[in-house]
Design a protein around this ligand. Structure first.
Ligand SMILES: Nc1nc2c(ncn2[C@@H]2O[C@H](COP(=O)(O)OP(=O)(O)OP(=O)(O)O)[C@@H](O)[C@H]2O)c(=O)[nH]1
Ligand SMILES: [Mg+2]
Length: 305
């Protein structure tokens, strides 16, 4: 059988389930997930390989309206991914009304000339009340009925429950060009370890703090010391913008930080396949979302976009 290989971008507004879908396709957690919007801040590649060939999925940050350097980076990382792929999944939350973000994404996808799969996600909690709204957005922009849009496929999904996820991969393989494997068959992601470590810690902060989480929170891995005995020592800084936010993150008598540390440590141990000693501290650094050197230290590479 001739091998197929290609790339697929997963785009859409925040919180619709893009990262959940990537993890469901791979059967492994590669991208962090939370119900706080703008959880994903980088392009994260997840690689699916089977006897048919290979599909490289690119999970992207949710498209949103912010204006600082980090927001602009995230939006570019997201929409910029469209140019380099063979097909696009536009993830939408079928349980929510359409918004300006959908219009923005659709106007960008309209003339991209690639197959577009509209992932109507969260069908486990919705009967599809808002699906006609999505169809209308496309019909408005193109001035023809949906049935005439040969590049567009509406695809109901539950990324959380795994409903239709295998069928989605089958459908995508049909769209992929012939070609050799792009990565070694055992590679599941090329996201750098240090950035994955920082993201895992950030995920626990999001999950434990939820609405209380300061918008401008970030994690930097400041040091990874080679194993002493059997333990890997990881030192991570949690950045907030103001002194007053430090207390919120630390919690009463250090309760939040302690819980974040203990939950993150378990995931980190799985990631690095070793026992971990995790040292966390909180630092107030004003305006880091506008500061190139801090952003670069976190792994945001502006020259790539
Ligand atoms: N009920 C339901 N919830 C889902 C589904 N898919 C994702 N979620 C939830 O939606 C929330 C957001 O999921 P993410 O995968 O982080 O969303 P995202 O689109 O990657 O968000 P950003 O990274 O912020 O752009 C999480 O609480 C998920 O558990 C689904 O199919 N059904
Ligand atoms: Mg995400």
């Amino acid at each position: 059988m001739t091998l197929k290989s290609g790339m697929v971008a997963i785009v859409g507004r925040p919180n619709v389930g893009k990262s959940t879908l990537l993890n469901a396709i791979l059967g492994e957690k590669v991208s962090i997930v939370s119900d706080v919007p703008q959880t994903t801040r980088h392009q994260i590649r997840g690689i699916h390989t089977d006897e048919r060939g290979q599909i490289v999925f690119i999970d992207t940050p949710g498209i949103h309206a912010g204006k600082d350097k980090l927001d602009k980076y995230m939006n570019r990382a997201s929409l910029g991914s469209i140019d380099s792929v063979d097909a696009v999944i536009h993830m939408v939350d079928a349980s929510e009304k359409t918004g300006l973000e959908e219009k923005h994404v659709i106007s960008r996808l309209n003339k991209c000339g690639k197959p577009i799969i509209v992932g109507l996600n969260k069908i486990d909690i919705t009967k599809g009340k808002f699906v006609p709204e999505y169809i209308k957005l496309w019909e408005e922009i193109r001035g023809v009925p949906m049935t005439e849009m040969k590049d567009l496929i509406l695809f109901p999904l539950s990324a959380l429950k795994g409903t239709n996820v295998k069928k989605l991969v089958d459908l995508l393989f049909e769209q992929m060009p012939e070609g050799p494997l792009l990565y070694d068959k055992d590679t599941i992601t090329d996201f750098p370890k240090r950035m994955a470590m920082a993201d895992l810690i950030r995920e626990k902060l999001f999950l434990l703090m939820r609405e209380e989480i300061p918008h401008s929170i970030a994690v930097i891995i400041e040091g990874v010391q080679p194993k002493k005995g059997k333990v890997l020592h990881i030192r991570a800084a949690i950045l907030v913008e103001r002194e007053s936010q430090k207390e919120i993150v630390i919690g009463k008598a250090g309760a939040i930080l302690k819980q974040v540390g203990s939950e993150a440590r378990k995931d980190l141990e799985e990631l690095v396949d070793s026992k971990v000693f995790l040292e966390l501290f909180v630092k107030a650094t004003s305006n880091w979302r506008e500061d190139y050197s801090t952003l670069e230290e976190m792994g945001f590479i502006f020259s790539d976009l």
